[in-house]
Design a protein around this ligand. Sequence first.
Ligand code: KG4
Ligand code: ZN
Length: 338
Amino acid sequence: MIDGKFAILAIESSCDETAAAVVLEGRDVRSNVISSQIDIHKAYGGVVPEIASRHHLDNVNWVCEKALADAGASMDDIDAIGVTYGPGLVGALLIGLATAKAYALATGKPLIGVHHIHGHICANYIEHKELEPPFMALVISGGHTNIVEVTDYNELHVLGGTRDDAAGEAFDKVARVLGLGYPGGPLIDKIAKEGNPDAVEFKRVFLEKGSMDFSFSGIKTGVLNYVNSEKQAGREINIADVAAGFQQAVLDVVVAKTIDAALSLNKDKIVVAGGVAANSRLRGMLSDACEKHGLKLYHPSPILCTDNAAMIGCAAYYKYQAQGADDLTLDAIPNLPL
Ligand code: KG4
Ligand code: ZN
C-alpha cells in the first residue's frame, strides 16, 4: 500500500515501447516510465519484431526499477503486478509477461493479466477522474480500430473492427508512400494542416449499411495509385494536399460510424483511445460532431494515448476487483480477443 491505497506495478511491452508505472487504486498515477524504440525502428520504416524483443529485454529491468523509484516506492509497497498479455507481438509480450511473473513469484504478490485494448480505454479514467461507464469507445491505434460498447469497467462489447489494416497502420503506410518517415501518424497530422483536404479526393469506405466494421486498405492503395499515376504523368505531387485528403477520407468514416454507434445504442458519452486518438483533426471533427448531437467527448492527453503502462495499471485494478488474480501459467496471446 502507498498512502493507504492499493498499489499496482504495471508493465507494458506489446509493441515497441517498454513501459512500467505505479498506479494507486486505478486512477492515481505515481510514476509512468516509457522507453520508446521508435528511433531504432525508424531505419526500417516500421517495427521489426525480433529487434523489439531484444530491446525490451535490455530495458525492462531498469524501466521497472525507475517506475518504483519515481513513485518513491519499493517492491514491499506494491500490492499486485499488472501486465499486458495480449494482443501484440508475441516475443515482445513475453518479455513483459516473464518479468511480471518473476516479480509475482519472487514476492508472492498477485499477477493480473491485462488486455491491451482494455488498457487503452482505461487511459481515459486516469485523465478524467469523474468518468464512469457506460459509454461508447473508439479504440484507434497502429494495431486496432474498434468500436466498443463499454457497459461496465470490465464489460466490453466489440461492435466493429477493421477487416484489413488498422487506421494507424494506414497512416504509417501512406506516410511511407509520401516519403514522410516513421511513425507516419503524427507526420501526416502535421503536414495535413498545410494542405487542402478537398484537393485530392479518396474513396470513403462505409461497407454494408449499418456495419460498424472498417476497411482502410483501399484508401491506402488509392493513395499509392494516385502518387504513381501523377509521377508517370510527370506532374508534381502536393504532399500536404494528398496527406490532408487521405486523412479526411479515413476520419470521415471513423467519425460517422462512432457517432452512429453512440446514438443507436443510446450512449451520451464517447471515449477515444489509442495512438491515433492524438490526431488533432480527429479531435476537432469528433468534438464538432459530439456538440451537434449533444454527446460528451473524452480523450486522454497524447502521452496516455500511445502505449504506456499507467493505462495497464488502471485496467489491472478494475479487473482484479472483479475477477481476482491470474495464475502464473498465464501465457502471452498475440491475437487475444476482447
Ligand atoms: O497505441 P499505439 O502507441 O500503439 C498501438 O497499440 O498500435 O499507436 C501507435 C499508432 C501509430 O500508427 C502512429 O502513427 C499513430 O498511432 N499515431 C497517430 C498520431 N500519433 C500517433 N496517428 C495519427 N495522428 C497522430 N497525431
Ligand atoms: Zn496500443
